[in-house]
Design a protein. Structure first.
Length: 50
């Protein structure tokens, strides 16, 4: 799955930053689904922290 360009967050701790970026990524995906920019049947979400 391609990376979501522009999905980046900061937090007080690494865990906080990871939680924030996951929430933002899900919001971006939901927005794309609502606007027909992503095929729901092809959607597979996974997270990998750097």
């Amino acid at each position: 799955m391609p990376a979501l360009a522009g999905v980046m967050c900061y937090g007080e701790t690494r865990d906080d930053a990871v939680a924030r970026v996951q929430a933002l990524a899900l919001r971006v995906i939901a927005d794309r689904l609502e606007h027909g920019q992503t095929e729901p049947s092809l959607l597979n979400v996974s997270f990998e922290a750097a």
